[in-house]
Design a protein around this ligand. Structure first.
Ligand SMILES: *Cc1c(COP(=O)(O)O)cnc(C)c1O
Length: 426
């Protein structure tokens, strides 16, 4: 072997995986088992006491899931990762390690609609208070910091309009405030943006989208950058204080630069329970093997479709950061030079009715609530994913009544453009 570090495409195929030591199976087997036999009583006790790593029970860890965790950690440049049942589960598990009741976290206003809902309502019942800031106005993050702030949460490429977030500028705010920066990297995937390279301390994903990539399996993952010092000022007691459930060990002291991933596993996943099925881990791993190929095609197709729409007389505006005229194009060139992703919005001169009409006339595009599928998808956010917001909040989050969102697949771009052409002229 040479001392060359493997490149991204090599990691996407190989990271974390070995031929199965017992059978020689080359693809990662699905270890469809709830539990694992201990060698002896001492081995069992050391696993339960966190003195040894190993398999106990699939709610806490599973060998198929472990390959997925190692692979995504490698692709993102983190120290460790934890796979969970969905993107939303990842968000709950991350914040549970950071916030006590009455604490606050700052979140970008432009987010996946489900995250806006989760933060505003479900998290409120845990006593976790979200404070919204505007990702286009970095000072709004600074103004939102209080002594109770425990984290900042942003999306790298933000739903629904595919806008690009200035991760480095917001990481500077986080650093000054002494809190970790959490980046939801779902729409970019590590092929387009690696947030840890730009100052993120924690990366979360909905694996359901581009990483799995085939619209067939839910999953989520948390990546620990290993960059944050959890011991400062007793602000993060889950990590810095003795844990009664593990004979009084302190996670940061014991696990160092992957303590956060361990906390998510042994305090979050173990006790809250949103474990990923090994079958889904297998499907998602298979998807990740082709991530670089798919993502490039997604981006190239999206750019061609955006250019077509921008030149169409029925279209009022196209929001795609990959267009030279777009207000996020500078940031796209800096953060996502290979392509500005495949999820974007546009608005029609005919407003709400024209949007609804277009969605009903499209044939190749599927009308559904997902993104990051091999298939091209369309949705009208104002009446679906963002319908829980009032009109002002819809517009602020990029989901006004005239807006249509596309997630461009990996079909032939000529066919996608022809479908849009017929639907726009119908
Ligand atoms: C889909 C999505 C989520 C939630 O993930 P699930 O797997 O559906 O729970 C979170 N963030 C973004 C950006 C998403 O697109």
């Amino acid at each position: 072997m040479s001392d060359r570090l493997p490149g991204f495409s090599t990691l996407a195929v190989h990271a974390g995986a070995q031929p199965d030591p017992t059978t020689g199976a080359r693809a990662t087997p699905i270890y469809q088992t709830t539990s694992f036999v201990f060698n002896d009583a001492d081995h069992a006790a050391s696993l339960f006491g966190l003195q040894a790593f190993g398999n106990i029970y699939t709610r806490i860890g599973n060998p198929t899931n472990a390959v997925l965790e190692e692979r995504v950690a490698a692709l993102e440049g983190g120290t460790a990762a934890l796979a969970v049942a969905s993107g939303h589960a990842a968000q709950v598990v991350v914040l549970q390690q950071l916030l006590q009741p009455g604490d606050e976290f700052i979140a970008a206003r432009k987010l996946y609609g489900g995250s806006i809902n989760q933060f505003s309502h479900a998290f409120k019942s845990f006593g976790w208070n979200v404070v919204w800031a505007d990702p286009d106005d970095i000072a709004s993050f600074e103004r939102a910091v209080t002594p109770r702030t425990k984290a900042i949460f942003i999306e790298s490429i933000a739903n629904p309009a595919g806008s690009i977030t200035d991760i480095e500028a917001i990481s500077t705010v986080a650093r000054k405030a002494g809190v970790p920066l959490i980046v939801d990297n779902t729409l970019a995937s590590p092929y387009l943006i690696r947030p840890i390279d730009h100052g993120a301390d924690i990366v979360v994903h909905s694996l359901t989208k581009f990483l799995g990539g085939h619209g067939n399996s839910l999953g989520g993952i948390i990546v620990d950058a290993g960059t944050f010092d959890w011991s400062t000022g007793g602000k993060y007691p889950m990590l810095s204080e003795p844990r009664p459930e593990y004979h009084g060990i302190r996670l940061q002291e014991t696990f160092g630069n992957f303590a956060f991933a361990i906390a998510c596993r042994v305090l979050g996943l173990r006790d809250l329970g949103p474990a990923l099925s090994p079958f889904n881990a297998f499907m998602i791993l298979t998807g990740i093997e082709t991530l670089p190929l798919r993502m490039q095609k997604h981006c190239d197709n999206a750019k061609a479709v955006a250019e077509f729409l921008a030149g169409h007389p029925a279209v009022a505006a196209v929001n795609y950061a990959g267009l030279a005229s777009d207000k996020y194009n500078q940031l796209a060139r800096k953060y996502a030079p290979r392509g500005a992703g495949a999820v974007f919005t546009f608005s029609l001169k005919g407003g709400y009715d024209a949007g609804v009409n277009l969605v009903s006339k499209l044939q190749l595009f599927s009308h559904l609530a997902n993104v990051g599928d091999t298939r091209s998808l369309v949705i009208h956010p104002a009446s679906t994913t963002h319908s829980q917001l009032d009109d002002a909040a819809k517009t602020k989050s990029g989901a006004g009544p005239d807006v249509v969102r596309l997630s461009i697949g990996i079909e032939d771009k000529e066919d996608l453009i022809a479908d849009l052409e017929q639907a726009l002229s119908a």
